[in-house]
Write a protein that binds this ligand. Structure first.
Ligand code: MF3
Ligand code: CO
Length: 252
């Protein structure tokens, strides 16, 4: 069942999203060569507490961190560790928190130093596919319209779509119905209505789309070792269309 959020619930989600997206702006200067992914996670944990947020990742199915940090060929669910970041790495930091009981879930890509132009273009395709999916989140559309919009951008650019993971409804819970697939057929699926909220999160690869789960039982990696990119926003469907609650004004 896809829950419909009332104004009060949406206001709380918006607060969660605003605090979380500001946190990502402040995170930016910390993500540098020489720091470990555990350093980033510890900083996030401290900030989440200070800002009155609750991590929805820590404790989820036994997960012990407040973020997932996926580097290079890691797609999603990378576990923070003593891994040191080096120039030329790219990584996604994914954080889900709640505020007054309502969740916001977001992920952004960071580059360590400079990366080749084709890597920047690759990440831009992931972002464009996210924006295309979000743009389709208008009342009266169908869920398949969102999935198809994401798929079209990724496939037109010639990149792989990871199919084993998907976006999701969000609200009081981090994961609610429906699954928001990153591929699908327009005109199919449930009709979108005002008050629905989705976390949309395309996961793309430079090579083949097959993935495997590493020995830590969490980290999802590309089978062929190719680079992966993952970005995520939480949106609410309003009568005026989608409202992105995790995109800071200074964050495009
Ligand atoms: N935020 C992730 C998502 O978008 C959830 C990661 S799983 C966790 O679905 F265990 F780390 F929380
Ligand atoms: Co998510």
């Amino acid at each position: 069942m896809i829950t419909i959020k009332n104004r009060a619930s949406i206001a709380k989600m918006e607060e969660a999203g605003a605090i979380l997206s500001n946190l990502f702006v402040e995170l930016q200067p910390l993500v540098q060569a020489g720091v470990t992914t555990a350093n980033i996670d510890r900083w996030l944990e401290e900030q989440i507490k200070q800002r009155g947020l609750v991590s929805r990742m820590k404790g989820y199915m036994g997960y012990r961190h407040v973020s997932c940090i996926s580097v290079n060929n890691e797609v999603v669910h990378g576990v923070p560790s003593d891994r040191v970041l080096h120039k030329g790495d790219m990584l996604t930091v994914d954080v889900c928190v709640s505020f007054k009981g309502y969740c916001a879930d977001m992920a952004r890509v960071f580059f360590i130093g400079t990366v080749p132009e084709h890597v920047k273009k690759f990440v831009e395709v992931a972002e464009q596919s996210l924006f295309a999916g979000i743009a389709a989140c208008v009342p009266g559309n169908r869920l398949g319209d969102v999935s198809a919009a994401i798929q079209a951008i990724i496939e037109n650019a010639g990149f792989g779509i990871v199919r084993d993971f998907a976006g999701h409804g969000i609200g009081k819970q981090m994961h609610e119905d429906p699954e928001v697939l990153n591929y699908g057929l327009s005109g199919q699926g449930p009709i979108l209505r005002e008050g629905m909220a989705f976390a949309i999160e395309p996961m793309i690869t430079m090579g083949k789309d097959a993935v495997y789960i590493a020995e830590d039982d969490w980290t999802v990696c590309t089978e062929d070792g190719s680079l992966a990119a993952h970005v995520e926003d939480t949106i609410v469907i309003t009568s005026n269309g989608p409202k992105n609650i995790t995109r800071n004004r200074s964050d495009r």
